[in-house]
Design a protein around this ligand. Structure first.
Ligand code: 3HC
Length: 287
């Protein structure tokens, strides 16, 4: 399968990542079918896409016609079999639960075309384990996008144990078609990006917990001292504190390293429902 020959992409999941990935594909001129389990999730995902594009149009960086054409390239459905049956590429962006993902992959595998590539946007789960649920594991690959997907330039490609070299080459060419820069990781816990970034967030939360500095000063230190666009605590709020905690636990369990112990403050905040931007309260308030 050549990335330039893709006619249709099915994106499973219309959350922040799924809708962002759908937008990225539609912006590259590819027809997209976005699937979620409820119409209200699909509506919310489409609203996010329209709002995001609206901001770009209002800045004068895109015409209204181009924005409308992008939106029109995305159809939505709750029917999984229908969503994947005509797709050349399926990108799964559903919650990070291995059991759930495996169930979805079994259905996808039953309904997908022979040549189709199946990809997971997982940030920390084993690609090889997921690939075991599909008929052609050689056509299965990790495609890890970053939030906000339409803006972030990286595409982290994860090579599972049985991913073919052809599929990795397809993923690299796809990255180019989508205007992203690919990096390739083996199927190791946290891959490259989260393996390196999560310990930074753990240390930032621990430093705050120990009273080393204020949250503002911790973030400013990393923004101005290291040129990060956001401080680690601001970034944790953007990603979602529940997601960070889940990832830290998942990767930490597999690496068996004491450095990956979740900070008590992080656990406490998640328990209190302070999950970051999505709940309007995290390390910072978002009124
Ligand atoms: N669609 C298309 N373009 C968009 C857009 C959208 N929805 N939203 C913004 N843009 C464009 C804007 O038009 C703007 O373009 P310009 O530079 O040509 O003007 C550009 O993107 C930047 O947008 P803004 O000016 O609105 O925002 P900022 O300059 O304040 O940047 C940010 C916001 C991109 C979020 C920046 O703060 C940033 O890079 N932060 C770090 C984000 C990060 O690290 N993400 C990774 C999270 S971890 C992850 O996802 C992994 C997972 O496993 C957890």
């Amino acid at each position: 399968m050549n990335a330039n020959d893709i006619k249709k992409v099915a994106v499973l999941g219309a959350g922040l990542m799924g809708s962002g990935i759908a937008q990225v594909c539609a912006q590259a001129g590819i027809n997209v079918v976005m699937r979620d389990i409820k119409d209200e999730f699909l509506e919310k995902g489409m609203k996010g896409i329209k709002d995001g594009l609206g901001k770009v149009v209002s800045k004068g960086k895109m015409t209204q016609e181009d924005a409308s054409a992008i939106v029109n390239r995305i159809e939505t459905t709750t029917d999984l079999a229908k969503a994947v049956s005509e797709a050349d590429l399926v990108i799964e962006a559903i919650p990070e639960e291995m059991k759930l993902k495996k169930e979805v992959y079994k259905e996808v595998s039953k309904n997908v075309q022979e040549h189709a590539i199946i990809a997971s946007n997982t940030s920390t789960l084993s690609v090889s384990e997921m690939a075991a649920s599909v008929k052609k594991p050689e056509n299965f690959v990790g495609l890890h996008f970053f939030n906000p997907a339409p803006v972030m330039k990286l595409l982290e490609i994860v090579r599972g144990k049985r991913t073919s070299e052809e599929t990795v080459q397809f993923a690299k060419a796809l990255a180019n078609r989508l205007g992203k820069t690919p990096v390739v990781s083996i199927d190791s816990p946290g891959f490259i990006a989260n393996r390196v970034a999560l310990p930074l967030m753990i240390e930032a939360v621990t430093a705050l917990e120990e009273g080393v500095a204020t949250k503002e000063d911790i973030d400013t230190a990393m923004k101005l001292g290291y040129n990060h666009p956001m401080g680690p605590l601001e970034l944790a709020d953007l990603v979602g504190l529940d997601t960070i905690l889940h990832s830290v636990k998942g990767v930490g369990d597999k690496l068996k390293s004491p450095r990956w112990k979740p900070p008590k403050l992080l656990e406490q905040m998640v328990k209190e429902g302070k999950l970051g931007r999505k709940t309007k309260k995290g390390f910072y308030d978002y009124p």
